[in-house]
Each structure stands twice: as structure tokens, then as C-alpha cells.
Design a protein around this ligand. Structure first.
Ligand code: ISL
Length: 598
């Protein structure tokens, strides 16, 4: 029954535990830190916590390299702490979604240790082992089985001298890819997932799940990626292999099998689980197929198209200024594309993305608060399930350090090393890293204005952003005009208005370079009840109009045919003393946004 799909009315909050709250003074956040902040999350009004990985891990990629899927890393606590976290969430009517990282494991996972032990190991085929390219000597440049470039720089292949073959790692060399072609691997993953479901988790966020099916030739061969002719000669001897491992031929088959084995109704006493697949490079067509409930695969996916919209020709390390019409067009395509089948996830931020207020807002003292509120408004009133990344509700900003020594992220450090050894200057490389490094998202959560922002009594693993003196949760809770209270109201709108959950999306003024405007509309016929079923139908609007100035200059728009809605209720605004609309004409201050109901 559609009513059982609770995630359609939910808002998810992502906790990156390492940077959330530290209770034992070791400078790294922990599960007891999350437990201690549940009242804060309840006050914000979120329904679900997605917890980035807390499993046993050597922490080469901050827990996205797992050496035991069924235990907690001592840095974060114990299984007993996790049980207490689940109980604390459930007692408050909230749910827990765990990160599932099964495209790869850690190289220290016993599965890989055994696989590596020799060509005859019974687990050899659990990972991707391949001989050197014919006519070459293993370990020498050019001997790699394919020319693929790793997400984290260098080759995707690591030479293992002892067993005389290479293994595949799309990410770091400590993250070997699991071989999903092997049914034993899939069975082990499903068993592990069932164990977590039985323990009480309410769903999974699946790390790079669209990379699990590789393109394999008839004799098991993997093939070279095509070298981009636009790249300067000698830029890198590696090529983009992504078409050979992204959205692969067996992906949907594997997802259907996982659904049948683990996720189907009745997984735990008839509880409905929530699933979201992280899918860099997913197409709209594939997303629709995967998230159509009839397919029985996943509930929603994370697309990367909108967060790639400002990438330069060489990718994320060269960000361009945002061209608003392009962002609007992309979001509109996904809103329309998944209107009748499938479901969107809505996000600006996560632990891999720079802070949105610095990236697409204006983090100057003058505009930080209103730009954070306005970006929150345009995202949260779209159709789909919104995700709030820790600190986003405070309008936390990029830290953008100028020195490489301040950074800890493996992607950033590897990119720096590769670029500098390729001849680029420190200044050039740091100019790319500052605005986009993943560490911008990973500086510790800013709780108050005490030392280290109240995150730890020790030395934080990554320095706090000096902005904590002004930007912190204690100040935001105390200020009724804070970004935090604006996010609370947005979340409340989703919980109370059916039009926010189900209304059909229509983009207005697609070419406007400053203003993001759209409507959400419910059908004219039929009763309208609250999203939670508890609100008086008479109070339910059938139409919302969102008008948002996404720029630091004033803007004026004429919303043809909108005079009536503009005379209606103003449900939410960033500027309570803004000039009322005159007929169809709306004048907006910098970063002013309004939500009208009809
Ligand atoms: O960070 C990225 C872009 O800025 C992506 O390339 C990212 O590496 C990719 O989206 C996959 O991310 C996920 O898997 C990685 C892990 O490092 C990320 O933190 C995780 O979100 C490998 O497990």
C-alpha cells in the first residue's frame, strides 16, 4: 500500500559520525556523541538519520573501507552503543538508515586477506584479479590490465607481487572491488544485510551501488577506456574507464535479487525499509526504472547531475560559477522525469560535496543567512525526499584552507600529489582544491562558541572552521530568524501539506538568471488531506508557488497568470518585511524567497 511508503513524507538527516560529536576526547566523533544529540535532531523535525559508516575499518577513506561489516569500529563505540542509538531514535519516532559499502571492502577484510593468499584461494574469485597485460612485466608502468583512472588518482590496479596478479580498486588501493559476478559474494552481502535488519535498522544508503556490475567479455576480460582526445597529451597515462563499470549490464538484476532476498515486505515484521542508491553517472532512464516500485529494486537514488553542473572541463577540481538556468533545467528534468514513476532524492550537500552556501549561495556576513535559507527553500519544496547534511541547517561554510597540510581527505591528498608530480604548481592545485575538497564538508560540527566549537575536549582530527564563533547550533537555536528555524519550518511544511509531498512540479521563468520560481499543484478533484493524515483538509492548499532570488542583487519578475496566488497566503518568507506583490509583479531583495499558497 502506498501509505506504507513512509519515506515519501520523510526528511533525512545525514550524520558523518567522525565529525559530529566526540564524547571521549580523542578528537573523533562517536556513537555516544550522536546519542547525546538526538533531542537536537528531534527539535529540527527530521524523520530519519543516515549514518555514514561506523563499521570496523582501517579508516583509509574514513570508514568507506570496511574490514568487518558486522562490528563497530572502536573509534566510534560498540554494538551496544549502536543498539542504544536505534532505541533512542525509535523512542522519538525516528528511524536509522545505515551506509552499505559493498562495491568494495577494505584490503584488511578477512575475505580479501584470504583472496590475496594465492591464486588457488577459495576466495580468489571474490575480488577482481587479473594478470599483467600480455607482453609486459607486472608492476611496471603500462602493465596494468586496463588503463582505468582511479577515482582517487593513479591506476585502478594494484600489483600484488606475492600472488603475481593485479587486483582492481576503483577507489583507493585499500578498497579492493568485490566481484558481484560471484554468487557467493552476493549471498554473503545479503546475509550481512539481513543481520542488520534483524538488529533494527530501517534501511540502507548504498555506496556507489551502480558500480557493482562491470562489463565483462566472454572470457572474463575487462577492456580499456577510451582516452579523451581533448586532454593535453601526457596529462595522464590513464583513461576514463567509467563506461565499463558504471550502470553495468547486470546492475538491475543484482538489485532485484537483493530486494527479493533482503528488502521485500516482511523483512522485519512487515516493516517497510527505505533504500537509496548512490549512483554517480546514473541516467534519468535508469533512475526511473530502478525507483519504479513495480521494478522492486530501490526506493530512490542519488543523482550527481545537478552537483556536477558547475564542473569544468577537467572535472570537479575546476569549478565554474553557477549558471542558474542550467541548474533549474536539470532539476526540472528530474522532477518531470520521475513524476509518474519513481521517486527523487533531493540534496545539495553530503560528506563529499562542498558547502552549498559557499558554492552557490553567498557566504559573506551580509548574505549568508538569507542565501542558506533560500537554497534550502528551493530544494525542500521540490517533490522527493530531502536530505540535510549535518551543519547545513546552520548555514555552515567552506573552510577552503590554502595549505595542503591542513587537509586529511585521501581524494584531496592523492590529487595534490598526482598534480604536483605532473608539474602543476602548489598555488594552481590549491586554487582547485580550496573550493571543492571533501574536507569542506568534514570540518567538525559547530555546536557552540567554546573551544573547538564544542565538538571535542581533545584535539579534533580535522581543524574546526574558525567561523564557529558566529555560526553554531547554540546561537541558531536561540535566534528565531536563524537558518535552523527556517529549516524546521520547511520540514514542518512537508509534514503537514500534501501539496509538498505530491504536487506536480512546473518550472516558471526557465531562462531567468537570478530567480528560481516554480509551482507545485495537486489535481483539482478529490479530497486533500494532510501529508500525515492529521491536518484539517480545509487548510490544505492545492497549489504552492515558490519564488526565490538566488543572487546577491535585487531582482524583479513578472509571473504571468499568477496574480491570484500572489494575493494568497504567504506561507514562508526569508524577508518578513518584503514588498508585497503588485499584481503579477514581484520585487525581491537579494536572496529573498517566498512561498505562496493557494
Ligand atoms: O567525491 C566524489 C566527487 O566529489 C565522488 O567521486 C565520490 O568519490 C563518489 O561519489 C563515491 O562516493 C562514495 O564512495 C566513495 C567514498 O569515498 C565516498 O565518501 C562515498 O560517498 C568510496 O567508498
Amino acid at each position: 500500500a502506498p501509505g506504507a511508503e513512509w519515506w515519501r513524507t520523510a526528511v533525512v538527516y545525514q550524520v558523518y559520525p567522525r565529525s559530529f560529536a566526540d564524547t571521549d576526547g580523542d578528537g573523533v566523533g562517536d556513537l555516544r556523541g550522536v546519542i547525546g544529540r538526538l533531542d537536537y535532531l528531534q527539535h529540527l523535525g527530521v524523520d530519519v538519520v543516515w549514518l555514514s559508516p561506523i563499521y570496523r575499518s582501517p579508516q583509509d577513506d574514513n570508514g568507506y573501507d570496511i574490514s568487518d561489516y558486522q562490528d563497530i569500529d572502536p573509534t566510534f563505540g560498540t554494538l551496544t552503543d549502536l543498539d542504544e542509538l536505534i532505541a533512542g531514535l525509535h523512542a522519538r519516532g525516528m528511524r536509522l538508515v545505515m551506509d552499505l559499502v559493498v562495491n568494495h571492502s577494505s584490503d584488511e577484510h578477512p575475505w580479501f586477506v584470504e583472496s590475496r593468499s594465492g591464486k588457488d584461494s577459495p576466495k580468489r574469485d571474490w575480488y577482481w584479479w587479473r594478470p599483467p597485460r600480455p607482453g609486459t612485466v607486472g608492476g611496471e608502468p603500462g602493465a596494468e590490465p586496463t588503463n582505468w583512472h582511479s577515482f582517487f588518482s593513479g591506476s585502478t590496479w594494484e600489483w600484488d607481487e606475492a600472488s603475481g596478479e593485479y587486483y582492481l580498486h576503483l577507489f583507493s588501493r585499500k578498497q579492493p572491488d568485490l566481484n558481484w559476478e560471484n554468487p557467493q559474494v552476493r549471498r554473503a552481502v545479503y546475509d550481512m544485510m539481513r543481520w542488520w535488519v534483524a538488529r533494527g535498522v530501517d534501511g540502507f544508503r548504498m555506496d556507489v551501488i551502480n558500480l557493482i556490475s562491470k562489463v565483462v567479455g566472454p572470457d572474463g576480460e575487462l577492456s580499456d577506456g577510451v582516452v579523451d582526445p581533448a586532454l593535453p597529451a601526457g596529462a595522464s597515462r590513464f583513461a576514463d574507464g567509467s563506461p565499463l563499470y558504471t550502470n553495468g549490464p547486470r546492475l538491475e538484476e543484482f538489485l532485484r535479487e537483493m530486494h527479493e532476498e533482503v528488502l521485500g515486505a516482511g523483512a522485519r515484521d512487515g516493516e517497510v525499509l527505505m533504500t537509496v542508491g548512490e549512483m554517480p553517472g546514473v541516467t534519468l532512464e535508469l533512475a526511473r526504472s530502478v525507483t519504479d516500485p513495480a521494478s522492486r529494486e530501490l526506493d530512490m537514488v542519488f543523482t550527481f547531475e545537478h552537483v556536477g553542473i558547475d564542473h569544468g572541463p577537467v572535472g570537479k577540481w575546476q569549478l565554474n560559477p553557477l549558471h542558474l538556468p542550467a541548474l533549474k533545467a536539470n532539476l526540472a528534468t528530474w522532477q518531470e522525469g520521475l513524476a509518474d514513476a519513481g521517486w527523487n532524492s533531493l540534496y545539495w550537500n553530503n560528506h563529499d560535496q562542498p558547502r552549498v552556501v559557499s558554492r552557490w549561495g553567498d557566504d559573506s556576513a551580509e548574505h549568508r543567512v538569507s542565501s542558506a535559507k533560500t537554497l534550502g527553500t528551493v530544494l525542500h519544496l521540490l517533490r522527493g525526499t530531502p536530505y540535510v547534511y549535518q551543519g547545513e541547517e546552520l548555514g555552515m561554510t567552506n573552510v577552503g584552507w590554502a595549505e595542503i597540510d591542513s587537509y586529511r581527505d585521501i581524494e584531496t591528498l592523492n590529487f595534490y600529489r598526482e598534480s604536483v608530480s605532473g608539474g602543476a604548481s602548489d598555488g594552481e592545485v590549491m586554487a582547485g582544491i580550496g573550493p571543492v575538497s571533501r574536507d569542506n564538508a568534514r570540518t567538525p560540527m559547530q555546536w557552540d562558541d567554546s573551544p573547538h566549537a564544542g565538538f571535542t575536549t581533545g584535539t579534533p582530527w580535522l581543524s574546526v572552521n574558525p567561523s564557529y564563533v558566529q555560526i553554531n547550533a547554540a546561537a541558531a537555536v536561540a535566534d528565531p530568524d536563524s537558518v535552523l528555524h527556517h529549516y524546521r519550518r520547511l520540514i514542518e511544511l512537508r509534514h503537514t501539506l500534501e501539496v509538498v509531498v505530491d504536487g506536480r512540479f512546473a518550472l516558471l521563468l526557465p531562462e531567468h538568471e537570478q530567480v528560481f520560481a516554480y509551482t507545485r499543484t495537486l489535481p483539482r478533484e478529490g479530497p486533500v488531506t494532510g501529508a500525515g493524515g492529521s491536518v484539517d483538509g480545509a487548510l490544505q492548499p492545492r497549489m504552492l508557488l515558490v519564488v526565490a532570488n538566488c543572487s546577491s542583487a535585487p531582482a524583479e519578475v513578472t509571473l504571468t497568470g499568477m496574480a491570484a496566488p500572489l494575493a494568497g497566503d504567504l506561507l514562508l518568507t526569508t524577508h518578513p518585511d518584503g514588498a508585497p506583490a503588485e499584481g503579477e509583479l514581484v520585487a525581491l531583495s537579494p536572496w529573498e524567497s517566498r512561498v505562496y499558497a493557494l
